[in-house]
Design a protein around this ligand. Structure first.
Ligand SMILES: [Cu+2]
Length: 152
């Protein structure tokens, strides 16, 4: 405990030393002053408005090479854990069209969601159910492509 406190104080001392040395760099000071100004006009406004309401979006990649049945991974990440009612965005990074369709190849599509066809380089958003649980999904073109969503 005492050791930890000592370390913390030492680290804090180092930080303030570092902080003191930074303002001495005049050229970089000018640059850092310039950048936030241009950010505030454009990019920052956009990110604020997209984070407004219902908004959490989790991206899942359909990996490059997913068309290959012996691929080690088709959807990445899988399983993925998201909040109920949030949105998942599947991004197709493969060269073939795919889907993310809730259900399984054995029992067929369930009613929860279906991206439909996502072309190469395209993406599709689906809102997850409000109920918690595990949702399996697959690609209707390539039934060996399976993914799992944990909704919590
Ligand atoms: Cu597919």
């Amino acid at each position: 405990m005492l050791n930890d406190a000592e370390k913390t104080m030492q680290a804090a001392g180092h930080d303030s030393e570092h902080g003191n040395s930074l303002p001495a760099d005049n050229p970089s000071n000018i640059i850092t002053h310039h950048d936030p100004t241009s950010d505030a006009t454009g990019a920052k406004i956009n990110s604020t408005s997209s984070g407004s309401h219902d908004s959490s979006v989790t991206t899942v990649s359909i990996v490059h090479g997913a068309l290959n049945p012996s691929s080690e991974q088709f959807y990445d990440p899988s399983p993925v854990t998201v909040k109920s009612g949030s949105t998942i965005r599947w991004v197709n990074e493969d060269l073939a069209p795919h889907t993310a369709t809730s259900g399984s190849p054995e029992s067929g599509p369930s009613t929860h969601y279906d991206t439909g066809i996502i072309g190469p380089g395209q993406s599709a958003d689906q809102v997850m159910p409000l109920s918690k649980g595990v949702l399996e999904y697959y690609c209707t073109f390539h039934p060996y492509m399976k993914g799992t969503i944990n909704i919590e």
